[in-house]
Design a protein around this ligand. Structure first.
Ligand SMILES: Cc1ncc(COP(=O)(O)O)c(C=O)c1O
Length: 374
């Protein structure tokens, strides 16, 4: 099996100090409970599978590797279905004449569009020049008006804020800025239900969790879930693209640090240069370490997931689902880091398969090229 994967950089968080209480002050118990009670009552709700990557754990000589497969989330094919759509429901609060808006790299916008459709609300989505036409069409198919702007994600968000203000549209954004915290908190609370589901899917205690980050919302929502639902606190390792490692840089710096993205990663949902304010309050001292990875291993990992190299069943994992696997393999390939993280044959590792073939064309392209590499 092709396991010759390497990370780009690894750092330890010297400010590590996991405090449940402090985390649950940012996202309260009630907040987290309400998100689970609401979302688990939606039509067609089902927990996503927790798949055992038994072939990979055998190969790496670890006890268990669990993979939370978000490709099966509400037919939207990513964990993002839990966030934006939930925030739309809470913010609209049964109002039928509200118009919601957002800026997105793809999956968040799809969630907002779907959430608006569920409730019969109009929806306006701003996308950058880097979002594929495929992703735009998926949002249009959910009834949203899609507005493409020139420039990157940050530019699309600026435009969304300006035009929404002029038109009195309600912004449903997954990133926070000063004075705008409730909606990002709602999206993060939505993500936390993945953890609640996992507690019902295995009685093994998780020793290590690898969490992908873009602006940090998923990771921080997940960590809030850990603080609330897990008895044992695992080592938490943040995973980012090497050229969009804003969480790593901020952890290294001890305070928020923005980065300029020189080259967009193929892991589009994670190609972010700024950590969002609310997640940072949680991430800064609950994360044990950070890993960054290049795009080099994305396609082969997609192909190995699909080709049953890791598990008994075929897994459809998109680009953002791969770096957790790559990070784990890379850490196991480095004896010092493996020892430092205490990864060994007693470890129960948790990985997040955060998206499926959310962008079908890109998935197929990566799958085809990845097959040639294994
Ligand atoms: C598809 C997708 N989008 C976005 C993200 C990043 O989420 P966030 O921006 O909340 O950190 C991920 C995973 O980290 C992802 O898989």
């Amino acid at each position: 099996m092709f396991l010759n994967q390497k990370f780009s950089k690894f750092i330890t968080n010297f400010n590590y100090n996991f405090e449940r209480k402090k985390i649950l002050k940012v996202l309260s118990n009630e907040f987290l409970e309400k998100s689970f009670n609401t979302i688990s009552n939606w039509k067609n709700y089902n927990p996503t599978p927790l798949t055992n990557l038994n072939k990979l754990s055998k190969n790496l000589n670890l006890k268990n590797i669990f993979y939370k497969d978000e490709s099966k989330r509400f037919g939207l094919k990513s964990f993002k279905a839990l966030g934006g759509a939930y925030a739309v429901e809470i913010i609209s609060n049964n109002k039928k004449d509200m118009i919601v808006s957002t800026a997105t790299a793809g999956n968040h916008g799809k969630s907002v569009a779907w959430g608006a459709k569920r409730l019969g609300l109009k929806c306006k989505i701003f996308i950058s020049e880097f979002v594929s036409e495929n992703r735009a069409n998926e949002m249009k198919n959910l009834g949203a008006e899609v507005i493409r702007i020139e420039g990157n994600y940050e530019k699309s968000l600026e435009e969304c804020k300006k035009i929404s203000k002029n038109n009195n549209w309600e912004i449903i954004q997954d990133v926070a800025w000063p004075g705008y915290e409730l909606v990002p908190k709602l999206t993060m609370a939505g993500y936390s239900i993945m953890v609640k589901e996992i507690t019902k899917q295995t009685d093994k205690y998780i020793t290590h969790v690898f969490l992908q980050a873009g602006v940090g919302g998923m990771a921080a929502g997940f960590i809030a879930g850990i603080a609330k639902y897990f008895e044992y606190i695992p080592k938490i390792i943040i995973v980012e693209p090497e050229n969009a490692n804003c969480v790593m840089k901020s952890i290294e710096n001890g305070s928020l640090k923005n980065i300029k993205i020189e080259k967009q990663s193929i892991m589009g949902g994670m190609s972010c240069g700024e950590v969002s304010l609310v997640p940072w309050q949680i991430l800064k001292d609950s994360v044990s370490s950070c890993v960054s990875v290049s795009d080099e291993f994305v396609s082969q990992t997609i192909a190995m997931l699909a080709g049953k190299y890791f598990s008994e069943e075929k897994i459809i994992g998109g680009e953002c689902s791969t770096p957790g696997i790559t990070s784990l393999i890379s850490c196991c390939n480095n004896e010092d880091i493996k020892n430092q993280l205490e990864i060994n044959q007693s470890s129960n590792i948790l990985l997040i398969g955060c998206e499926g073939d959310a962008d079908k064309d890109l998935y197929q392209k990566l799958l085809d090229s990845g097959k040639k590499l294994i």
